[in-house]
Design a protein around this ligand. Structure first.
Ligand SMILES: Cc1ncc(C[n+]2csc(CCOP(=O)(O)OP(=O)(O)O)c2C)c(N)n1
Ligand SMILES: [Mg+2]
Length: 564
């Protein structure tokens, strides 16, 4: 990094300094200089997809899997607007992304004409992004550009949320001034500092409650992942000796093969032993769990509020009072240092697959639960895999997947956008090197699945399991007489895989699926396994969830007052 350099060269030097090695993007004329500056040989690796949502989900998967910032480069308007949905997902699920968008230059903005790709005003795109980012800037001032980028990146890291930078096309080659402190900076980014006295008091009070309790439980949520506190939570759990659940969104925040791990808590639709254990709990320690309807299976959170501590969003709520400026990682560390009573509870892992018949492995069509069992058996035998689950039936089916051996699990457990899984898997593998197994419905695959054709260029080789029920199956139980509206066209998924340079399999029994997984495991490239399931077959959690959700969409009871 030098005192004076072009903005384009500064961006590359800055990104390298913070440890970024990959950028995900699609070019456009208003972003062309930016795109080629970021993609310059030997500096950063530019990875392209077919469609901006693919780019966004790939960068998001990369960030989730690596714990680093996922960087995106898109063109203005058509490209930037296409990217809004993935970024909104990253915003709500706390994924640090940095979005660079191009834009029209100063001279062309003065012409007084509308500029191609423009929607309402030139500033509209930034305004749209303000809703789904924690910080945004348009870099127009050569004296401030470096500092403004740095401010956005620091916010992205501290908040673990996306940030937006717009660079108009005439700015990329402009010389800018880099402040000395940035040149000397070591590239380390930091989370917000906590108030140490509040941390200590919150930890003391929580420890006292923990020590008085007879049947405590811990729930580990998404912030444990994002603020890199998984190891500390394992330590803490071992000191307390109580069962640990994860939330839907936080699945993977606690190792799934740890003896204290009991499974995923989704309120009343959790596996029955988890519901029972939760009902017995006289103290619930929520670490980094967002209060979402998904995490609670549609049950209001205040049900456990009176006997719980919540550490999330930089505050700790102890029953009905709060400590502010306390980050979850600092809180867990402080709690770990307290004198804690060990409950020595023996914990049994529970899922919805724990009980029930496995089914005939040679019967066609294979059952959805048999797919989940086959994947679990495969993961138990094979290391270095991660699982990425798509929105739809597999988002819920995936809750019953157990990834051992330090494997990773990724899903949009709250925002739940379809189209996430395949591109996220590509980005995740590029970032962390683990091979993904993607669990995806046929509808989800039809949104972004074709991005798999980029896998060879990414050096990635996911195994994509397309759960093929011929439509948007998750809604069939509540479709009344219009099931026809939920149909989708049949795609030749296995043949497409072969045409795109991968391996394709078509299976309809559990035995065939297990065989296909074995072959795919040995195949160097990517694979798609088209699994034909019954049209009305769904995973165990989905059936419970969709019924609970249907109850919620009934009109609220309201008294109609009549004037007399
Ligand atoms: C981008 C987006 N559009 C629409 C939805 C609503 N939605 C949730 S699940 C679903 C159908 C899923 O179908 P498929 O991928 O085939 O999975 P299945 O439930 O059939 O296994 C839809 C349309 C969504 N979550 N995301
Ligand atoms: Mg389907």
């Amino acid at each position: 990094m030098k005192k004076r350099m072009t903005l384009g060269s500064f961006l590359v030097a800055y990104l390298r300094k913070i440890g970024v090695r990959h950028v995900f993007g699609i070019p456009g004329d208003l972003a062309l200089k930016l795109f080629f500056a970021l993609g310059r040989k030997n500096d950063l690796q530019m990875l392209t997809c077919s469609h901006e949502p693919g780019v966004g989900f790939a960068a998001d998967g990369y960030a989730r899997a690596t714990g680093k910032i996922g960087v995106i480069c898109v063109t203005y308007g058509a490209g930037g607007h296409n990217m809004v949905n993935p970024v909104a997902g990253s915003f709500s699920e706390r994924v640090p992304l940095l979005i660079f968008s191009g834009g029209p230059g100063e001279e062309e903005r003065k012409l007084g004409t509308l500029i191609h790709h423009q929607a309402r005003e030139i500033e509209s795109q930034q305004r749209i992004y303000q809703e789904v980012t924690c910080a945004s800037r348009v870099l127009t001032d050569p004296l401030r550009a470096a500092r403004e980028l740095h401010e956005v990146v620091r916010a992205v890291w501290a908040e673990q949320r996306p940030g937006y930078i717009e660079i108009h096309r005439d700015m990329v080659d402009r010389e800018i001034e880099v402040p000395d402190d940035l040149i000397e900076w070591d590239g380390q980014l930091h989370f917000h500092e906590s108030d140490s006295r509040r941390v200590a008091e919150a930890a003391r009070e929580t420890a006292a409650m923990l020590n008085q309790s007879r049947k405590p439980v811990l729930i580990a949520g998404i912030e444990i992942h994002r603020y890199k506190a998984s190891r500390e939570v394992v330590d803490l759990a071992e000191k307390i000796g109580a069962p640990v659940f994860t939330t839907v969104l936080g699945k993977g925040a606690f190792p799934m093969d740890h003896p204290l791990y009991m499974g995923v808590h989704v309120g009343p639709i959790s596996p029955p032993p988890i519901v029972a254990r939760m009902d017995e709990a006289d103290f619930v320690l929520n670490l980094g769990c967002l209060k979402t309807d998904m995490n609670f299976g549609n049950r209001p959170p205040h049900i456990i509020e009176g006997r719980s501590v919540w550490a999330v969003d930089r505050r700790v709520d102890v029953t009905y009072h709060s400590y502010i400026n306390v980050g979850v990682r600092d809180f867990v560390r402080a709690l770990r240092r307290q004198d804690l009573h060990n409950h020595h509870e023996t914990v049994t892992y529970s899922s919805n697959l724990t009980n029930g018949a496995a089914g005939d492995p040679n019967e066609s069509p294979v059952k959805v639960r048999q797919i989940l069992e086959a994947v679990n058996d495969f993961l138990a035998e094979n290391r270095n895999y991660m699982v990425v689950a798509e929105s739809g039936d597999m988002l819920f089916g995936g809750l019953d997947i157990r990834v051992p051996h330090d494997g990773t699990y990724l899903a949009q457990g709250f925002y739940a956008s379809m189209g996430f899984a395949v591109p996220a898997a590509l980005g995740a593998q590029v970032g962390c090197g683990m091979r993904p197994i993607v669990l995806c419905g046929d509808g989800g695959f039809q949104m972004t699945g074709p991005e798999i054709s980029h896998a060879p260029r990414f050096g990635a080789n996911p195994i994509v399991i397309v759960v093929n029920n011929g439509g948007w199956g998750i809604f069939r139980p509540v479709a009344s007489d219009r099931r026809d509206l939920l149909e989708i066209p049949p795609w030749p998924y296995a043949k497409l895989a072969q045409d795109w340079g991968g391996a394709g399999f078509e299976v309809s029994t559990a035995t065939e699926l297990r065989d296909a997984l074995r072959v795919a495991h040995k195949t160097r490239g990517f694979s798609i396994i088209d699994v034909h399931v019954g049209r009305d077959d769904l995973s165990p959690v989905t059936i419970k969830y969709i019924k609970a959700a249907a109850r919620r969409s009934r009109p609220a009871a309201r008294r109609i007052s009549r004037k007399r």
